[in-house]
Design a protein around this ligand. Structure first.
Ligand code: GYE
Length: 320
């Protein structure tokens, strides 16, 4: 008995060396699992981002476990914990806000599951808690918005600006504001007279703009941290009997189709591009992380700026 077992073992070893016996290949066949905690479905940008991630995962043969946090940090934390419990290979998330992630990321680290951030960044003293962040340079987007305004504003005298901020404490809201203010402070005529969050949604953008219009009879410019809020605000401006794009100049960020439609209708003046189509690059990174390849801590996406005059020409080739 013992002898025949030994013989069998010997036969397998010889077979393996000779290449005639194949090792069980489940290790190679096993699909890579990627748990992804999305912010929510708050904007056109986000819808395009989610679609890009889902289709890229399919194409890359990655088993995607997708969770929608409905813009709530506690839901994202729950999703990350469930990914840890499921022992996924890699965890990814677009952090709704910048702070408050250390505890859950330490849990992922203890479970030896690498974490990739996409779209939004976090603040932490321990940057060993994630491998890399892939996304846009939001400060630069704010600067582009500011430069466009300084270069293109035609009116005389003081320029009263109202600002619709994105989600409080989110990287794009903090950094777009920072970049914009940094640039417009070069000209003291330009003043932000009101600034409030519209949480990146159309409904809130409309509501907050209505309040701005009631409180301020003399608004010259709206700077909106995303297109959806700007589109909501356009409705409020029209309802107040004013002409968006003329009576109130509208400067926005994202570059989604809805913004191009508003620009072609003459109701929005400019949108700074923020590219949501991060899926393919993200899946590449997931594979590299799993293979243990070293990656830079920060990977930026490239983007442009589209004034109203370019909208009709650009519109047919827009992908989101
Ligand atoms: O600008 C906004 C979305 O984080 C870059 O989130 C993203 C922002 C985007 O809701 O539309």
């Amino acid at each position: 008995m013992l002898k025949s077992r030994r013989n069998l073992l010997a036969a397998i070893v010889i077979g393996l060396v000779a290449g005639t016996v194949a090792l069980p290949s489940f290790a190679a066949d096993k699909k890579l699992t990627f748990g992804f905690a999305q912010v929510g479905a708050e904007s056109e940008w986000r819808t395009a981002n989610t679609a890009s991630i889902k289709s890229a995962a399919k194409e890359a043969g990655i088993d995607l476990k997708f969770s929608d946090a409905q813009q709530k940090q506690e839901n994202q934390i729950k999703a990350i914990r469930s990914f840890i419990a499921q022992k996924v290979d890699v965890i990814g998330f677009a952090p709704v806000v910048t702070t408050g992630w250390d505890t859950v990321l330490k849990e992922a680290k203890a479970a030896k599951i690498p974490v990739v951030l996409t779209d939004r960044s976090i603040e932490t003293k321990d940057d060993s808690l994630y491998v890399t962040t892939i996304g846009s340079d939001f400060t630069e987007e704010g600067r582009k918005a500011g430069h466009w305004l300084l270069d293109n504003y035609k009116g005389q005298g003081d320029v009263n600006i109202v600002e619709l901020q994105g989600t409080v404490g989110s990287a794009p809201a903090i950094e777009r504001q920072k970049g914009f203010l940094e640039v417009i402070k070069a000209d003291p005529r330009f003043k932000v007279i009101r600034s409030q969050t519209g949480d990146f949604t159309r409904a809130k953008g409309k509501e907050v703009m209505e309040a701005f219009l009631k409180a301020e009879p003399n608004i010259n410019v709206l700077f909106s941290h995303n297109d959806d809020m700007a589109i909501g605000a356009i409705q409020a401006i029209e309802a107040a009997g004013k002409k968006p794009g003329k009576d109130i100049i509208i400067v926005s960020v994202d570059g989604v189709k809805g913004a191009f439609e508003a620009m072609m209708a003459g109701k929005m003046n400019v949108t700074v591009e923020c590219n949501p189509l991060l899926g393919a690059q993200l899946m590449d990174i997931v594979k590299q992380v799993k293979a243990g390849k070293p990656l830079p801590k920060r990977i930026n996406t490239k983007e442009g700026i589209f004034p109203m005059e370019s909208a009709a020409k650009e519109f047919p080739s827009r992908k989101y």
